[in-house]
Design a protein around this ligand. Structure first.
Ligand SMILES: Cc1cc2nc3c(=O)[nH]c(=O)nc-3n(C[C@H](O)[C@H](O)[C@H](O)COP(=O)(O)OP(=O)(O)OC[C@H]3O[C@@H](n4cnc5c(N)ncnc54)[C@H](O)[C@@H]3O)c2cc1C
Length: 472
């Protein structure tokens, strides 16, 4: 008699290494069927942006090949994840379902409903921690409250026991179970990846993404190792310089779970400890490694804040900002910002980098966000939505958290009155114009537009609006 298959649900964990749900499904013994559900229907689940859809296509195609090599077929289905997965468990006769946890409210609601549905049908459901080093509810202040300031949060993280070690990549089920899984998969309907039309075709605007990225687990691991070997020594000095390749570029791989934060953490700690041991204590490389781990902790902090304020993408974290007087939306100004035609070189270069490559250097993200909210006086939610559509690393928690951080309405945010001056930022971080020229070839030619607004005047108007808010 054939053993019932285990069903393994992939979501934001598109990898084989350090994947607790995958390891548990294989360890259960028997055939394993994997499924990815494209869920654009469940209440509150935000449909993916265009650049993220492109990434997902590449990543799923890479994952499918990796899974096939270890004897696990990957089925693709679309619809409401709870009913699709419960339905698939019934169709396939699976008696156990495995997944790694998600932390957005809508996603948690879907997973809770699925768990009850499965249990009611007598199917066991097991979920695991895989996408964060510290699940949001496991870290709290002395009084049991969530953290709202990064520095004490970070101090707490490093005082906690180290995150668990990454799990090895499993060898996969045995040959007989792999054959049985293929037999099950052949009887079950699944979508073709191309039929989801995640990649743009008419027009195909993804050339810049293809030239900039290679999604998938193998490439994520390569990026990490190259970063640790080559760029880490320069990280502290150059991480704010957009023309340099001094950061890891791992954010999309972390967003899609092609690499786990545990892997990133422990490989970095290994480099840090080796550097410290070699120098008999502290060393510049050990200090750079700590600076990088601290950056990784911002991702954890964004998830922590967002878990405790699940509407962070729509609602001001500081509710007093609800009274801020945003002028009526100037669509032409928003369009100029989106297309990189504001006449402010660093802002325009950043927006072009984003449009072409699906990413933007962190320093420049802060500058373009500040310019939108504080010089153009456009509500941060419009910027957050544009980033959601155009970033390959678009992440509900990190994006909303950082937009609110820049706007001044967020947790541990930059104060509203601290307005980045994009010209001074360029002088400081791109003094020779290398980054600007790379992304903005028409800079300095008659084709380049005059500034859309006067920086000093628009700054004053923003500060006056903020002053009115304070006096209310
Ligand atoms: C307005 C704005 C919007 C942003 N939106 C996103 C987003 O949607 N998704 C996203 O992953 N990051 C977002 N960031 C954070 C940051 O810009 C990117 O994580 C970073 O540029 C990624 O480059 P890297 O991987 O080379 O970073 P590295 O410097 O190599 O850092 C390592 C990792 O730490 C994490 N990290 C670093 N800085 C931050 C930060 N400020 N907040 C959260 N995590 C951080 C990322 O996972 C990153 O991959 C945003 C920042 C701003 C200012």
């Amino acid at each position: 008699m054939t053993t019932a298959p285990a069903l393994l649900c992939f979501r934001d964990d598109l990898r084989l290494g350090d994947n607790p749900a995958l390891t548990a499904a294989i360890d259960a013994g028997g055939p394993v069927l994997a499924v990815y559900v494209l869920d654009e229907e469940s209440d509150g689940v935000r449909p993916l942006g265009a650049a993220a859809r492109w990434w997902l296509h590449q990543s799923l195609s890479s994952l499918r090949a990796q899974l096939a090599a270890i004897g696990i077929p990957l089925l693709l289905r679309r619809g409401r994840a709870d009913s699709v997965i419960a339905g698939l468990a019934a169709e396939s006769g699976a008696m156990s379902v495995f997944w790694n946890r998600r932390y957005g409210l809508a996603e948690r609601t879907v997973d809770a409903a699925l768990k009850s549905e499965l249990r009611a049908a007598g199917v066991t459901a097991q979920s695991f921690a895989a996408s964060l080093l510290f699940e949001p509810w496991t870290v709290s202040t002395g009084s049991g409250a969530p953290y709202s300031v990064f520095t004490p949060y970070w101090r707490r993280l490093i005082a906690l026991p180290e995150p668990r070690l990454p799990l090895p990549t499993p060898a996969g089920p045995g040959a007989a179970d792999a054959a049985a899984a293929a037999g099950f998969a052949a009887t079950l309907a699944g979508d073709e990846l191309d039929a989801w039309e995640l990649q743009p075709s008419r027009p195909d605007w993804a050339g810049g993404l293809r030239a900039s990225w290679q999604p998938g687990e193998a490439s994520a691991l390569r990026l990490l190792r190259e970063f640790l070997a080559d760029a880490l020594p320069r990280y502290e000095a150059e991480r704010d310089v957009p023309a340099e390749q001094a950061t890891s570029r791992l954010s999309p791989a972390l967003r899609w779970g092609e690499i786990s934060p545990h892997t990133v953490w422990h490989e970095t700690v290994r480099v840090r400890n080796a550097a410290a041991a070699a120098s008999g204590g502290s060393s510049p490389l050990a200090s750079a490694a700590t600076a990088f781990l601290r950056q990784l902790a911002w991702r954890e902090f964004a998830a922590h804040v967002s878990f405790h304020a699940p509407d962070l993408g729509r609602v001001n974290w500081r509710r007093e900002f609800d009274g801020f007087e945003w002028p009526p939306l100037d669509s032409a100004a928003l369009g100029a910002w989106q297309r990189g035609r504001t006449g402010v070189p660093l802002v325009d270069a950043g927006m072009r980098e984003l449009w072409t490559t699906g990413t933007m250097h962190n320093r420049v993200r802060m500058v373009v966000a500040s310019y939108l909210c504080k010089n153009l006086l456009i509500d941060w939610r419009h910027g957050e939505e544009w980033f959601w559509q155009t970033l390959v690393d678009a992440d509900a928690a990190s994006n909303a958290f950082n937009w609110q951080w820049v706007a001044g309405s967020g947790a541990d945010a930059a104060p509203y009155f601290r307005v980045f001056n994009p010209l001074l930022q360029q002088q400081k971080f791109d003094p020779h114009g290398e980054y600007v020229r790379r992304h903005l070839p028409e800079w300095g030619t008659p084709d380049y537009p005059e500034p859309l607004v006067d920086l000093a005047e628009s700054r004053r108007a923003a500060l006056a609006a903020y002053e009115r808010l304070r006096r209310r």
